[in-house]
Design a protein around this ligand. Structure first.
Ligand SMILES: CC(C)(COP(=O)(O)OP(=O)(O)OC[C@H]1O[C@@H](n2cnc3c(N)ncnc32)[C@H](O)[C@@H]1OP(=O)(O)O)[C@@H](O)C(=O)NCCC(=O)NCCS
Length: 171
C-alpha cells in the first residue's frame, strides 16, 4: 500500500528527528544481533554523515510533517578503504567519480511496506544521475531480505560476493 510521503533533501534542522530514527535503528539492530556492537551510532551521524559540507548526501521521508525514514549515500572512489578514510571527497574539485554508494536506509517500523524506502531509493537514483554518476551500488548482507527486495524491485543487478551481495544499477 503506497502512503502519501514527502521525500526531500535533509536540512540541518532535521537533525534531532533523524537522530530519533537512528535510535530506533540501533535498538532494532541490538535486538537482532545481541552479541554484536553496532559501530555507526548517533555520534557518527552527528559528526560525520549529517555534518554539513561532508560528502554524504541524505534524503528524508516525511508523513504528515513527521520524519519516518532516511537514506544516506555518497560518491565513491571505488576503493572501500579510501571511502572509509575520508568524510570529504578526496578528488580534484569538479571531478565526479563514476560510482555512487548507498550506505544506509531506514524506515520506522509502523511505516514499513508502504513503498517509502522505494521512494527514497528512486529519489537518490535521480540525484546520482543528475550529478553525473554512472552507477549506483550497495553491498547488502544476505540476511537483509527486506533491503535486498527493495533494491531488486528497482532492477539493480546482483552479484554474489560470498557473504554479501553487491547490487548495482547503471545510470
Ligand atoms: C529495509 C527497509 C528500509 C524497507 O523499507 P520499506 O519502506 O518497508 O520498503 P518498501 O515498502 O519501499 O518496499 C519496497 C519493496 O521491497 C519489498 N519489501 C520490503 N520489505 C520487505 C521484507 N521484509 N521482505 C520482503 N520484501 C520486502 C516490498 O514488498 C517492495 O517490493 P515491490 O515494490 O516489488 O512490491 C526497512 O525494512 C528498514 O528500515 N529495515 C531496517 C533497517 C535496514 O535493514 N536497513 C537496510 C540496511 S542498509
Amino acid at each position: 500500500m503506497a502512503v502519501n510521503a514527502k521525500i526531500r533533501e535533509y536540512k540541518p534542522e532535521d537533525l534531532e528527528q533523524v537522530l530519533e530514527l537512528v535510535k530506533e535503528l540501533e535498538t532494532e539492530m541490538a535486538r537482532k544481533f545481541p552479541n554484536i556492537k553496532i559501530k555507526a551510532g548517533k555520534w557518527d551521524y552527528k559528526t560525520r554523515y549529517l555534518q554539513p559540507g561532508n560528502k554524504y548526501k541524505t534524503f528524508v521521508a516525511e508523513v504528515g510533517g513527521k520524519m519516518v525514514g532516511y537514506l544516506i549515500g555518497y560518491p565513491s572512489v571505488s576503493a572501500p578503504e579510501v571511502d572509509l578514510m575520508y568524510d570529504d571527497l578526496p578528488v580534484t574539485p569538479g571531478h565526479v567519480p563514476p560510482e555512487f554508494y548507498l550506505q544506509i536506509t531506514f524506515v520506522s517500523k509502523p511505516f514499513r511496506n508502504q513503498g517509502i524506502s522505494k521512494m527514497l531509493h528512486k529519489r537518490i537514483v535521480e540525484y546520482a544521475r543528475d550529478q553525473g554518476h554512472k552507477e549506483l551500488y550497495a553491498c547488502i548482507a544476505k540476511w537483509n531480505e527486506a533491503e535486498i527486495s527493495v533494491v531488486k524491485s528497482l532492477k539493480f543487478e546482483i552479484k554474489d560476493l560470498g557473504y554479501r551481495y553487491r547490487l548495482s544499477l547503471k545510470l
